[in-house]
Design a protein around this ligand. Structure first.
Ligand code: NZQ
Ligand code: ZN
Length: 392
């Protein structure tokens, strides 16, 4: 195990019927509140109303930024920053999925500087302070509610970039699993795949054979995700299943998995970000395609570790005959829970691969993953084609 610093200052309030606490938590940080939400789900489920009431009931004034799209855009964040400045906003509350929460963080950091917020994403400027952010996640997926990361898409440059900075930790996350009862089946599956892929990235790219605590921790999270995904799909109002998904997904990316692992990469996310940038597909759907393809492309180096992982975490997917059979089972399970599994499923074909590989290079540079040059990315993408796998 390598030396590490673990620092996660986000206060977590977890459990059913905790939403009424949002007002007090938020208003303790400021009275003029920007409430950031997504397209429609928060209003439809009633949680938007509940959160607004809680804030006004605690003496806050609510200003709204609605309509944050999945794969949230820089343009929307710039609008949020304008609103913050115009209305002298003091605190931001992100109510929704990772897209909303990332936008809330970007607005918080972008409003306290004179330069454009995108400069943070390209690494030209670093975040030194932010307005306080409170998060209320409504889907189990990204872990953004408890971490220091944020991801935005710049539509003009066709770039989906993300990064982490210690100032971006939310002040408080209020996590009520009941808010996820309304998440549709496909989004439930994408969220689980995202959280699982965070674990794949750490488990399969690190070079620490002896990080026992971290391996056991990740295996526990992964088996929880595998099991409870199916339970939540079978019964969307299964509180325990939703609670297990919500907490385990948060724990995949709150800093604990990677602590002590030394250098880890995020190659599946690197390639997925280009798919989302170019084709605007959901993050988890892209990972369902890229994850197995990346693992297949590395099976000679990390095949034993992949087999060990699936034998421990997902007995029904583990194939004693070999790693490629196990990964085939993983793809079949992804398909069974409603995710695409090959590039063709999202309308991408062989002739598109060079463009995607080229798109990944700017982020590879920012993330210091230069070994993922165009040729390597293209080879991995080829592994994600149904045609290359000899399938009809
Ligand atoms: O927009 P609304 O109407 O709210 O609908 C959303 C959206 O269509 C819906 N949804 C969310 N909660 C719901 C619900 N529908 C019904 N009931 C509810 N309770 O779900 C859809 C997807 O929402 P989105 O926020 O896009 O999903 P997710 O949480 O998976 O976030 C994805 C974004 O997070 C980034 C991804 O790249 C992507 O942009 N990530 C952020 C990370 C971070 N900050 O640390 C790390 C991740 O690896 C990831 O890259
Ligand atoms: Zn992710």
């Amino acid at each position: 195990m390598q030396n590490f610093v673990f620092h996660n200052p986000t206060k977590v309030i977890f459990g059913q019927d905790t939403i009424p606490l949002v007002g007090a938590e938020t208003c303790s940080l400021g009275r003029r509140v920007l409430l950031v939400t997504g397209m429609s789900s928060a209003k439809e489920s009633g949680i938007f109303h509940e959160v607004s009431e809680s804030i006004t009931g605690n003496g806050g004034t609510v200003f709204c930024l609605e309509g944050v799209m999945p794969n949230p855009t820089l343009e929307k964040v710039r609008k949020g920053i304008e609103l913050v400045r115009r209305e002298n906003i003091e605190v931001i509350c992100g109510l929704g999925g990772g897209s909303v929460i990332d936008s809330a963080k970007a607005i918080g950091a972008g409003s306290v500087v004179q330069h454009d917020v995108w400069k943070f994403f390209t690494g030209k400027k670093s975040v030194r302070s932010t307005l306080p952010v409170v998060t209320v996640p409504t889907i189990a997926a990204s872990g953004s509610e408890v971490n220091s990361g944020m991801v935005l898409t710049n539509v003009d440059t066709c770039q989906k970039f993300g990064f982490a900075n210690r100032h971006l930790f939310p002040k408080t996350a209020i996590i009520d699993p009941k808010t996820t009862f309304t998440v549709p089946g496909n989004q439930t599956a994408y969220g689980c795949i995202d959280a699982l892929t965070h674990i794949f990235e750490f488990y399969f790219t690190n070079k620490q054979p002896d990080a026992t605590v971290q391996y056991h921790y990740m295996e526990g999270l992964a088996s929880t995700l595998f099991g409870n995904c199916q339970l939540a799909l079978d019964n969307p109002s299964d509180y325990q299943a939703r609670a297990n998904l919500m907490w385990s997904s948060a724990l995949t990316l709150n800093g604990l998995c990677a602590s002590g692992l030394g250098k880890v990469g995020f190659p599946m996310h690197l390639i997925e970000h280009s798919l989302s940038a170019l084709y605007n597909i959901p993050h988890g759907a892209g990972l369902a395609i890229v994850g197995p393809g990346w693992m297949e492309s590395r099976h000679k180096d990390v095949g034993d570790r992949i087999q060990q992982f699936f034998r421990i975490t997902a007995d029904s997917l583990y194939a004693p005959s070999g790693v490629l059979a196990t990964l085939g089972n993983l793809r079949s399970w992804y398909a069974s829970i409603g995710a695409p599994t090959y590039l063709e499923d999202i309308g991408v074909n062989e002739q598109d691969l060079p463009k995607i590989a080229r798109n990944s290079q700017a982020l590879a540079k920012v993330w210091r993953m230069r070994e993922y040059d165009e040729q390597l990315v293209e080879r991995i993408l080829r592994q994600c084609l149904r045609e290359s796998n000899g399938l009809p």
